[in-house]
Write a protein that binds this ligand. Sequence first.
Ligand code: SF4
Ligand code: SF4
Length: 236
Amino acid sequence: MARTVIVLGLEMPLPIVETTPSAVHMEMYKTANAELDRLAYGLTRYLNRSGQASFFFPRDGFGSMRALRENNRAAFSHVMAAKYAGLGTVGASHCLLTPEFGPRVRFVSVFTSAVLSPDPTVGKELCIKCEACAKCCPKKAIRMRSDRIIGDYDDQACLGMAEELVARRCFPCGICTKVCPIGEDRSRYGQKGAMKKYLREAEALAANPDDPEYRSWTHLRKYGAARGKKPGAEKK
Ligand code: SF4
Ligand code: SF4
C-alpha cells in the first residue's frame, strides 16, 4: 500500500560523539533512537487518523549481537531511503552524509499510502574521500576504493568492535562518524580544524593515556563503562 517513504533524521551532537566509546555516547545514541521511534510512531498514528494507511520501520531491527553475528543483514536500509528522500549522499564509510551534520545523524522511515511530492536528491556527492574514516577505524573495517566513493566495508570486523563495546556497556563505536569532516555542525562547535587531533589520537593515547589534549574525552571514557582495552589504544 505504500506510495511514499518519509525519512526522519535526528542529529547526534558532535561533542558527545567525540567521546566515543563512552557511556555518555551510548546514552545519547539510545535517546536518539527512542526519540526517532517515538516521532515515527506519532507520525504513523497521525497519518492513519487522517485516512492514510501508514506504518513505520523502526530505526534498528536486530535482537542481539549473536543474531547479527549469525546473519548480519538488514531487512531495510534507512541510509538508502534517506539518500532518495534528499537528505544526503552515501560516503566512503557507508554512512549517509548530510550537509547539516555529516554522518552524525540517525534515521527512521515511515511508509504511507499518502502521495507526497518528493524532495530533490542532493546532487553533489558530499564525501570528499579524505580517508579519515578508513584511517581512524580501530578495526580497519573501511577500505577506500579508487573507482568509486563508497569504500569496501568489512562488516565482521566492525561487528567485532561492536561486540567488545556492548560487553563494556559503551556502544556503539561510531569513530567513523566522529572524524568525518562533513557537516555544518563542525563550525557550530568550533571543530573545523580537528582532523589532526583525530588522526593522532590512537598513537597519542597509546603513548600517554592522560595526554592533556584529549583529556575532555578520556575523562568521560573513564566513567560508567567496564574496563577493556584502553579506548583509542589500538595500534594503527
Ligand atoms: S571521513 Fe572522509 S572519506 Fe570518510 S565518509 Fe567522511 S568525507 Fe568521506
Ligand atoms: S563503527 Fe567503528 S569499527 Fe565500525 S567501521 Fe566505523 S570506525 Fe570502524
